[in-house]
Every structure is written in C-alpha cells, then in structure tokens.
Design a binder for this molecule. Structure first.
Ligand code: ZN
Length: 274
C-alpha cells in the first residue's frame, strides 16, 4: 500500500480489493535488506532506497516514490513468509520483471527470487522450482537464476507481448519457456502446463515450488495487448496442478489488473492450492 502509482494500472486499489475480500489475511513483516541483496545489485537498491520524490523509475512504464522502498521490503518479507509457511503472499509491487540490476514492467524487487534465495540461504533448501503463470514472461526471474542448477524456472506466457523474451529454448537447462499464441483458453493453457511444465518440474524433484501467480491471462483482463481467454476454472486447475509438484508449495502475486475479477481469481487459485 506504500507504493502510490498515480492512476497506473498497477495501483493501490489492487491490494485494497484483496484485503476487503480476504479480511483474515495476516499482515507480513519487512524483509531484511540482506535478503534483497542476495538478488539485486547493492547500487540499484541504494538508488531505490534513497528516492526522494515520485517519478518514472528505471523504465518508462514503472513508477516509484519515496515510500516504495518500504513497500518493497514488506512485499519481499511477505514472499519469504509465504515460502516458509506454504502460504499465498498478496503483495505489490509485483516482481518477476525486476532484474538483478534494475526495475522494469511495474516491478522493483523480484519478490519470488528473494524468497527462493532466502529459503536456500537460511533454511538449506537445495532445489526450488519457480512456476510462473503470469501472462507475461518473467524475464527478471529468468535472469536471476539462468545457469543456476539449483533453481528451475518454468513460465507459461503469451508470445509477442511485453517484455519480448521467453522464446522456447531460451535459457539454460533449468529454464523452461512455454510461449503461447494469443487467444488460448483453459484447454490449451492447461494442456501446455501438463505437457511442458509438469514433466520438467517432476524430473527436477524440487523440495519447494514457488508460484509466480499472475492473473492477467484471464479472459476479462484488459492490460495492454494481452489477449488470453483463461477462466476462473483454469486458474483453479493450474493452482491444483502446482500444489502437487512438491512437498511444499507457496505463491506470490504478480500481475492481474482487473479490480473486479482479481479477488475472485485469487480465491479460485486458493481453492486449487488447498
Ligand atoms: Zn503480467
């Protein structure tokens, strides 16, 4: 809530509608700075921390202000707590486009990457799979872990939209990109997950699966250029399929900008994860 974006689709209202829909949600605690330093360059974090006034930040689609640093610590702290307890972190700003050295695509700090590195460093978890079903490719998460055999990154995303990365075969042996044509509905979405993501994650045998849960592949999403037809049932089904991929599964909110549907879609995913 501490990250105002002044009419941008990645708005404070996203969390407000979720907190209304889930009044029992527990408030998180901020991550320690060193948790962010495991993923992001010290110099970049310093610039974010020292911001004195609101403005475009890092890229021409991303806004930050003097309170964004506090919001980022809190979002990353919630992601860490979710990973530790097997919960769903309802956070903003989202994270999966944030690279080690910078902000982009509404993302400032890569929450899911911070949570994964924390689980390795503080809890000795050796093998983690990150499953990203946001409609956009998580280029930042891929950048963080590409070439690191201890973390598998698997993403389903619409081809030809922001950020333009995520071609099939891109990345190393522990990167699985599944680009999908525009217009996919539940059947194709779930089938692609079943054919490409499930076998790769199963072979990897992760101790923990972290889900980058974005809801912008929904049929009623209206964010720029997105054209997918996934329904509530599709999200429920994918969450259910994620829930059996490892002994522990946690989720972190990424995109999803329709304020009418977002609470309902999170609810559907929670039913699937259960
Ligand atoms: Zn997205």
């Amino acid at each position: 809530m501490l990250h105002p974006t002044f009419g941008h689709p990645e708005s404070e209202e996203r969390l407000q509608v979720l907190l209304q829909a889930f009044p029992d949600a527990r408030l998180g605690t901020p991550a320690p700075r060193e948790a962010l330093e495991r993923v992001h360059a010290h110099e970049y974090l310093k610039v974010l921390e020292d911001l004195a006034e609101p403005g475009w930040f890092g890229s021409p689609d991303t806004i930050a202000s003097e309170t964004s640093w506090e919001a980022c610590l809190l979002a990353a702290g919630c992601a860490i707590e979710a990973a530790e307890t097997g919960a769903f972190a309802l956070v903003r700003p989202p994270g999966h486009h944030a690279t080690p050295s910078g902000a982009m695509g509404f993302c400032l700090v890569n929450n899911v990457a911070v949570a994964a590195r924390h689980m390795q460093a503080a809890h000795g978890v050796e093998r983690i799979a990150i499953v990203d079903f946001d409609v956009h490719h998580g280029n930042g998460t891929q950048d963080v872990f590409d070439g690191d055999d201890s973390v598998l990154y698997a993403s389903l995303h619409q081809v030809g939209i922001y950020p333009g990365t995520g071609a099939r075969g891109e990345g190393g042996a522990t990167t699985v990109n599944v680009p999908l044509r525009p217009g996919c509905g539940d059947a194709e979405w779930v089938r692609s997950f079943e054919q490409h993501v499930e076998p790769a994650v199963s072979r990897f045998r992760p101790e923990l699966v972290l889900v980058s849960a974005g809801f912008d592949a929904h049929e009623d999403e209206d964010i720029y250029l997105v054209d997918m037809h996934v329904t509530d049932d599709g999200f429920r089904e994918l969450a259910q399929r994620c829930s059996v991929l490892a002994p522990r599964v946690a989720a972190v909110l990424e995109g999803g900008y329709n304020l009418e549907t977002l609470p309902r879609l999170v609810e559907a995913a929670l039913e699937g994860f259960d």
